[in-house]
Design a protein around this ligand. Structure first.
Ligand SMILES: Cc1ncc(COP(=O)(O)O)c(C=O)c1O
Length: 390
């Protein structure tokens, strides 16, 4: 008999009833060190007092109003996003997938407004993940995600990851946009070199193609900058944000320049819940905290400490790990064993991690993880690795 919850996930036999900072407490009372953070979502840890206060204060005033009216909390969050980024405007969504959908629509609308509606091809990349909607699976194009869901939405062409020659050969004055994660998350914490991102920006400028960055996983302070593309010193035309921006409350955003967003006039897009007061009250608090330079400096300091300890861990387990990669607290441990086996060994050591493609174990802890929890995490990973060696 089919479970009452549609069985689209292979779930671990674990359930959590509470959280405190980097710790998730299971229904049997066991404390797990949470290095997955809901896959880069709980950016400020579980039950963060400032976020709980922002949410409950808002909950006592008004939960939901339609986008038929002005929503002050939404305007405040949009102001913060515009103030701290390249963007001139923001649309608030409930998820990263919805942000991907709008980004795709915005690209198409941009070219339609330019009188060139046939210019719709978006270059995307192997190993990419942009969500599970029909548009987002067509964009990423992975066999695993699209199988059985055809016919796929047309207009995407996948290129090999990190192959600049392939991009140079593919991009033309008929290319509508390039859509890329500065660091692939689901694809295995695979960073694009800063020089390569700069080259992609140059190729877009030369051909007129829009640059769409998917910073759903790598954005919101995860890499030690507010957004990962800042390392390359470039800006996109459109950017997708989600996960960390809500700190655990469902929230996403599409940020865009005035030029890229020019076609998105009244009636071209909408959402019942997108930009809801509860979500935006939390999102604005998250932005206030994460965008502070002192906070980002701490993320970088902690990332350095973590990295140093992980390099030692890798060296101590040469049959389990191959290396460490990523940026800031978006960490990938390239494995010589199946990452899923390490995740399971981690459960036995009461630590939560997340597998990714390309034989990679992901560590995406809350950005405010303490030094003591970093040390504890490495000790538990060390014991988990030893379990696999045994
Ligand atoms: C880079 C990237 N884009 C888009 C998405 C989709 O976001 P959501 O699951 O919130 O719809 C994800 C989710 O993992 C992601 O990592």
């Amino acid at each position: 008999m089919i479970p009452h919850v549609l069985p689209t996930y292979n779930r671990a036999d674990l359930a959590f009833e509470r959280g405190e900072g980097c710790w998730a407490i299971s229904t049997d009372g066991t404390r797990y060190l949470d290095l997955g953070a809901g896959i880069a979502v709980n950016a400020l840890g579980h039950a963060n007092p400032e976020l709980v206060a922002a949410l409950t204060e808002q909950a006592g005033r008004i939960w939901h109003v339609s986008n038929l009216y002005h929503i002050p909390e939404q305007e405040r969050l949009a102001d913060l996003l515009v103030e701290h980024t390249f963007a001139d405007t923001a649309f608030l969504t409930n998820s990263g997938t919805e942000a991907a959908e709008l980004a795709i629509k915005m690209v198409r609308k941009f070219w339609a407004e330019e009188g060139d509606a046939d210019r719709y091809e978006i270059l995307t990349f192997e190993g990419a993940f942009h969500g599970r909607s029909t548009g987002a699976i067509a964009a990423a194009g992975s066999e695993k995600m699209v199988k059985g869901f055809g016919p796929l939405m047309p207009g995407f062409r996948q290129l090999p990851w990190g192959d600049m020659e392939a991009i140079k050969a593919a991009i033309t004055e008929r290319t509508a946009a390039v859509m890329i994660e500065p660091i692939q998350g689901e694809g295995g914490i695979r960073p694009l070199a800063d020089a390569d991102l700069r080259l992609i920006r140059e190729l877009c400028d030369a051909t007129g193609a829009l640059l769409v960055l998917d910073e759903v996983q790598c954005g919101m302070g995860r890499t030690g900058k507010l957004f990962a593309h800042e390392y390359a010193g470039i800006t996109p035309d459109i950017m997708m944000v989600a996960k960390g921006i809500g700190g655990g409350f469902p929230l996403g955003a599409v940020l865009a320049t005035e030029k890229a967003a020019a076609g998105m006039v009244a009636g071209t897009h909408g959402s019942t819940y997108g930009g809801n007061p509860l979500a935006c009250a939390v999102g604005a608090k998250v932005m206030e905290i994460i965008a502070a330079p002192e906070f980002l400096a701490e993320v970088n300091r902690k990332a350095g400490l973590f990295r140093q300890k992980l390099e030692a861990l890798v060296a101590a387990h040469p049959d389990v790990f191959e290396g460490v990669r990523g940026q800031g607290l978006m960490i990938g441990l390239k494995c010589l064993v199946a990452p899923g086996d390490l995740v399971k060994a981690g459960y036995a050591e009461h630590i939560l991690t997340v597998p990714a493609a390309d034989a990679t174990l992901r560590l995406l802890p809350p950005l405010n993880i303490s030094d003591a929890d970093i040390a504890e995490a490495v000790a538990r990973l060390d014991r988990a690795a030893a379990r696999l060696e045994a």
